[in-house]
Structures are given as structure tokens and as C-alpha cells.
Design a protein around this ligand. Structure first.
Ligand SMILES: *[C@@H]1O[C@H](CO)[C@@H](O)[C@H](O)[C@H]1NC(C)=O
Length: 393
């Protein structure tokens, strides 16, 4: 804190400078707590000490990670804290090469019961390659860690983070409210297993804005119990698209309501926007969903509702109990790599209702020039404007 270097006029330096001249603001630099940015020294306990000092502070606390590469194992950053915490990262956090180091716990970096938090900047590299090889080899592997998770947190901003090569989900949001994720970059190779970009579950008031997600599974997945989710200006691909579900795995499951996906681009993804539920009894639902102003570039299944999800055939002759209703697709344009460009495969026991199509233009990229088509089963609703190919609703 007392180590003055010439200021660079970056926003972060400005904020630290601001922090130095305002007496009520305190910087908790991890290096002053013993962290070393040499890429080799285990800095886990230094990070934990800096966090708990900041968490106890009654003055405006700023955790600061300067430039450098910091080796850290599992970090449980627990609240509740006394004040809103600013967590600024200029450096890179890396996980140990041995995937057991973080892979035996569910999370690598977890914020738990923190109310009022901004995490700003930085890169986190989970070194997931070894873990994926283990998974693909089919041997016994540890459960695998999500890279960064917010659990029971409120009023959170995650801004400008770069998350690379997670063992599993890159960014997880669970049992939290009022969370804004913006300008993040998430990167994992297209073949990496279960490396979802952002997974939201049991949370309310989540905004994901201005982000780039290239991964091996869903770019964004919205699980049960999520409400008021806003996704805008996301670039997705490679990956499996933006997905609501899988829903309805169990009988007693909360639903998903009020989700908007807008102004986003999908490039060579396995799906575009998808609602997916298990073909088994459930009290779950998905309602009031809006997908608009989306561009598809050579995407498989650009628009898909799949209520017949049942891997390993564990639900023979059952149908989905999840009720899908009030779903709008508006101004969705581009090219598809599958012939069925819109697919509404709804549950026979709970048909989809209130499906609305408006201004759709999706073409099939086919060397044989076969036409694109829409497929409907147990789907009800309406269409207006120009819908190409012709609506089956
Ligand atoms: C839907 O969610 C958005 C935020 O994502 C919120 O502003 C809006 O009020 C919600 N609408 C309803 C009916 O809850």
C-alpha cells in the first residue's frame, strides 16, 4: 500500500489512487499478505488472509491483485462481510497442473453469502486440459471444479473477467439475486466436456451483458428456479448455444420464468436457443420467455424446444411434466447447418402453448439445396410477420 510507483492512467490505477486519497477506503493488496506473482508459489493462504481482512473491514475495502501470475488452490471467500467489497484483479490466477488439487471440491473460487461485491478484471486459468483427458479416458476422475461460483450472494457485479479452460462450468450463479455479469470472456475448446460458460440456477435478477463465450458445452444454461434473467449482446460459439434446462429431472422442481435473450450472435454452435426438458413426470415449468434479434451463422437447430431429453433411456414411455408456455421468437435470422431450422418437440401430456413466431428467416446451408423446414409436435401458438420457412404452429 505504501509502495508508490508512477501512476498509469488506467481506470484501475485511478481507482487505487482514489482509494489512497480517500481515508475511508482501504486497499488489501494480496502481495502485502504474502502472495507471490511468480506463477509457482502457492498463494492460497495469502488470498484467504487478504479476503478475511477485507471482509472484516469497516472502511470501504478493496482487495487488489496486482500484475503477475498467482498459483492458487481452492478459495472459499465467505461472507457476510461488513461492507461492499471491491475485488480488483490485474493479474492472472492459475490452478495447479495436477487436476486433483481443485478437482476434488466443487468449486475453485467460490464467493459464499457475500452481499455487495464487485469483481473486476483479471484472468483465471483453471488448467482444465488434464481433467478433460481424464474424463474422456473414462477412468475414475474427481468430480471437477467450477472455476468461479457465487453461492447465496446478492448485489454482485462481475466485470471484465477472462475465464479460461475450466474443468467444468466456468461461471456459476446459484441461490443469488441481483447479479450482473458483463464484458466477460470465456474460452475453452469446442470438445471439452461440460464446460458451460455461465450456469444460472435458483437465482433472480441476473443480467449477462456484452460477453464472448467460446466453449465445449452450453454458452449459457439457465436451470430450474431462475427468474428475471436478461441476456444481451452475447457472442456464442463454438458451444451448444443458450439453453433453458435441462428442466424436469425431478418431480419437485421450481420453474423458470421471465427470461430474455436479445441482440446476440451464434456462430457454428450445436444449437441456437433451446428449451430442454426430461421426458419424465415433473411439476416444473418454463414461461414468459423472449428470444429476439438473434443472428445465426451456420448453427445446428437454431430454434429448438426438446421435451424428449432422456439420455441412457432411463425414462421409457414417459413424457415431460414441464409446462412450456408464452415463448416468443422474434427477428431471428441467418443460416442453419440442420434442415429442421425450427423444432418444437413438445410433451404429449403437457403441450407447449403460446408459442409466438414473428419475423423469422432461417435458411439451410445445404450442398444439395434441400429446403429448410419447421417441425411441430404438440405445439400451439401463433405467428405473424414473415416467417421463413413456413410456420408449423
Ligand atoms: C422480467 O425481468 C426483468 C429483468 O431481467 C425485469 O426488469 C422485469 O421487471 C421482469 N418482469 C416481470 C414481469 O417480472
Amino acid at each position: 500500500m505504501t509502495n508508490f510507483k508512477p501512476m498509469k492512467y488506467t481506470s484501475v490505477s485511478w481507482l487505487l489512487f482514489f482509494c489512497l486519497i480517500i481515508p475511508s477506503c482501504l486497499a488489501f493488496n494480496v502481495v502485502s499478505f504474502g502472495a507471490r506473482g511468480d506463477g509457482r508459489t502457492d498463494s492460497t493462504s495469502a488470498f484467504l488472509r487478504a479476503w478475511s481482512a477485507a471482509c472484516q473491514s469497516t472502511r470501504q475495502p478493496n482487495v487488489y491483485v496486482p500484475r503477475g501470475t498467482y498459483l492458487v488452490r481452492t478459495l472459499s471467500l465467505n461472507g457476510p462481510c461488513r461492507r461492499r467489497i471491491e475485488f480488483r484483479i490485474d493479474g492472472t490466477l492459475v490452478a495447479p497442473k495436477n487436476y486433483y488439487a481443485i478437482g476434488q471440491s466443487e468449486f475453485w473460487i467460490m464467493f459464499y453469502k457475500v452481499s455487495g461485491l464487485t469483481v473486476h478484471g483479471g484472468t483465471i486459468h483453471a488448467m482444465g486440459q488434464g481433467y478433460w483427458s481424464c474424463r474422456k479416458g473414462g477412468g475414475s476422475c474427481p468430480q471437477g471444479a467450477r472455476s468461479i461460483q457465487f453461492m447465496w450472494c446478492n448485489n454482485v457485479v462481475l466485470r471484465g473477467l477472462k475465464s479460461l479452460y475450466s474443468q467444468r462450468v466456468h461461471v456459476g450463479i446459484g441461490y443469488s439475486s441481483n447479479v450482473r455479469v458483463e464484458y466477460v470472456t470465456i474460452i475453452a475448446p469446442s470438445g471439452s466436456p461440460n464446460t458451460d460458460g455461465i450456469h444460472v440456477q435458483n437465482s433472480r435478477g441476473v443480467t449477462i451483458y456484452g460477453s464472448i463465450i467460446k466453449t465445449g458445452d452450453d454458452c449459457i444454461s439457465i436451470g430450474s428456479g431462475s427468474m428475471n434473467v436478461w441476456i444481451e449482446r452475447v457472442g456464442c460459439g463454438p458451444g451448444h448455444g443458450i439453453s433453458i434446462g435441462s428442466l424436469g429431472h425431478t418431480w419437485n422442481e421450481p420453474g423458470v420464468a421471465n427470461v430474455t435473450v436479445a441482440n446476440s450472435v451464434f456462430t457454428k454452435t450445436q444449437n441456437g436457443v433451446r428449451i430442454k426438458s426430461w421426458a419424465r413426470p415433473s411439476g416444473g415449468f418454463a414461461k414468459n420467455l423472449m428470444f429476439r434479434n438473434l443472428v445465426m451463422r451456420n448453427v445446428g437447430n437454431p430454434i429448438i424446444i426438446d421435451q424428449n431429453y432422456c439420455p441412457h433411456n432411463i425414462c421409457p414411455r414417459q413424457s415431460s411434466g414441464v409446462k412450456v408456455s408464452q415463448v416468443t421468437f422474434k427477428n431471428v435470422k441467418g443460416t442453419s447447418s440442420t434442415q429442421a431450422v425450427m423444432k418444437f418437440d413438445c410433451s404429449p401430456s403437457n403441450p407447449c402453448s403460446g408459442i409466438r413466431l414473428q419475423d423469422i428467416k432461417l435458411t439451410y446451408n445445404d450442398r444439395l439445396r434441400r429446403p429448410a423446414f419447421a417441425y411441430c409436435k404438440n405445439a400451439r401458438g401463433s405467428h405473424r410477420g414473415k416467417v421463413i420457412p413456413r410456420s408449423c404452429i
